[in-house]
Design a protein around this ligand. Structure first.
Ligand code: PAF
Length: 501
């Protein structure tokens, strides 16, 4: 066990930047255990135990909060932690708690849910976590989705300060009757413990159409005193309507004197991810792997435009002749089939064209064919139909802007022209096609960018709410990890678990 700052520094110096950090206030249970186990898959885990006075409001349970260091140490050890650090108030707040209490969590993020009933609580959380990160300098910060509002606020802290730490949220661990594990469950008498199960039950019983008052009544009927029941957007934490694709239904109640919180995520469809970007940015490779990692279907819309282009060339139609292309479209049966391993088979009128659509000839004409209004309308309609129930990652040029404007995550994946030319050369070489000079490839890519972004129909544009990811110098794995991190900031594990394996 580490307690002084010197011990922490000595521990850290042996491990470099790879520390995975699990901050806690002690009273460890299997929810913490799961955080530690998951973090240990990524590197040596440091668990902190510090009952932070700044995050308790006057009259709250600071004095009686569970303090059980020996048991915490044993649990952390069993779950694979490399060390447990229990700093003093003096180490965390050397100038005193009053001097340090000025840090503010964003006002909009604490307007609802627990922020409304616990004024100053999240400012205290932000203050302590900023300080803990300063001292521990971890590569990963592991937090429970159970405290969803805290997780959103701390992700914002990390983003606002551009801290070099990856934030990981882990799904809530529950008892057999659904009660979320919490250090405060220890306060419950046996009778209250039975009564507390009504909290997850009432949330589980709700769907998007259940009025909030019905959930309130169910909780009250079970003898729980309701502090709030709210439905909010999981990102902005502002109230949202029942039509929102993914919303957070959250509640806080008192069971006797014990305050309990819980939530559930309501979904009108499975997640949708839109990945747009210019040609040659490496979208296909990373999107395919990203989709597979998250158990989503991969939809390569570029392949659909290539398939039409292939047909145009097969039939000897002039690519710029919109009327002639339109005639071909009417008899087109275009099918995409997912292959094991995340790939996609492309069938045009029953013929497998998956390889043929990758030829340089198709590459040379696809922008012209894809610019026709009739082509865009036909393929956009097919893509929307394929994504109606969600559950897919679509990759293309106008997915976030035209096809799935309500996608849960929109990414604009790009790279410089020079980097894309280098990747294109490598790709052509691997496929056994002749490789043009680098300058020629760069000119082709710049020309393609120009065509794609200036065409009248659905030009290549970065959706206003898309996350821009410039992949120069990033390995494929690093890009996939960055996509997963963005996805998880929007779609919790609780709503869409990562498939095993
Ligand atoms: O979730 C908690 O236990 C605390 O709020 C945290 C993140 C350890 C900060 O004190």
């Amino acid at each position: 066990m580490l307690s002084t700052q010197a011990e922490l520094v000595a521990f850290r110096s042996g491990l470099g930047q790879s520390i995975q950090f699990v901050p806690t206030m002690g009273g460890l249970h299997q929810g913490h255990g799961e955080l530690i186990r998951r973090a240990a898959e990524q590197g040596p885990v440091l668990v902190s135990v510090f009952v932070n006075p700044l995050q308790f409001c006057p009259g709250e349970d600071f004095d009686r909060y569970p303090r059980s260091l020996e048991a915490d140490l044993a649990l952390a050890d069993r779950c694979g932690a490399a060390a447990l650090w229990a700093p003093t108030v003096q180490t965390i707040y050397p100038d005193g708690t009053a001097a340090d209490s000025a840090r503010q969590a964003p006002a909009a993020l604490q307007q609802h849910l627990c922020g409304a009933g616990r004024p100053g609580h999240f400012n205290g959380v932000v203050t302590v976590v900023a300080r803990l990160l300063e001292l521990t300098k971890p590569a990963g910060l592991w937090l429970g989705e159970k405290d969803w509002q805290q997780l959103v606020i701390l992700r914002q802290l990390v983003a606002d300060r551009a801290l070099p730490v990856k934030v990981h949220g882990v799904a809530t661990v529950r008892e057999a009757d659904g009660l979320a594990l919490s250090s405060r469950n220890q306060y419950l008498s046996p009778a209250q413990r039975l009564q507390a199960a009504a909290l997850p039950a009432a949330l589980r019983a709700a769907d998007g159409t259940t009025p909030l008052d019905v959930t309130r009544s169910r909780l009250s009927a079970a003898g729980l005193e309701v502090e709030y029941v709210e439905r909010v957007d999981p990102q902005s934490l502002q109230p949202c309507s029942s039509e929102t694709a993914l919303s957070l239904l959250a509640a806080a109640v008192r069971c006797g004197t014990t305050r309990l919180i819980d939530h559930t995520f309501l979904m009108t469809r499975q997640p949708l991810v839109a990945i747009d970007g210019p040609a040659g940015a490496g979208k296909s490779t990373v999107t395919r792997a990203f989709a597979e990692r998250l158990g989503l279907i991969y939809l390569d819309t570029g392949a659909m435009y290539r398939a039409v282009t292939w047909l145009v060339q097969q039939r000897g139609v002039e690519p710029g002749d919109a009327a002639a292309v339109d005639v071909l479209l009417r008899a087109l049966n275009l099918q995409l089939q997912s292959l094991p391993g995340g790939g996609q088979q492309v069938l045009v009128n029953g013929e497998d064209v998956s390889q043929a659509i990758r030829s340089p000839e198709v590459t040379g004409s696809v922008s012209v064919v894809a610019a026709h209004r009739c082509v865009r309308q036909a393929l956009t309609a097919q893509q929307k139909a394929m994504g109606a129930k969600g559950g897919l990652v679509a990759e293309g040029r106008d997915i976030g802007s035209a096809v799935f404007p309500d996608a849960d995550l929109k990414v604009f994946l790009t790279a410089t022209v020079a980097e894309r030319a280098r990747r294109r050369a490598l790709d052509l070489e691997q496929r056994g096609f002749p490789v043009p000079e680098c300058s020629e490839l760069e000119a082709q890519i710049a020309e393609r960018d120009h065509l794609d972004s200036t065409r009248e129909e659905a030009p290549l544009v970065q959706a206003i709410d898309a996350v821009e990811l410039v992949t120069d110098g990033m390995s494929i794995d690093a890009v996939i990890d960055a996509l997963v991190e963005q996805f998880r900031a929007r779609v919790p594990e609780e709503a869409w678990p990562t498939p095993a394996g």
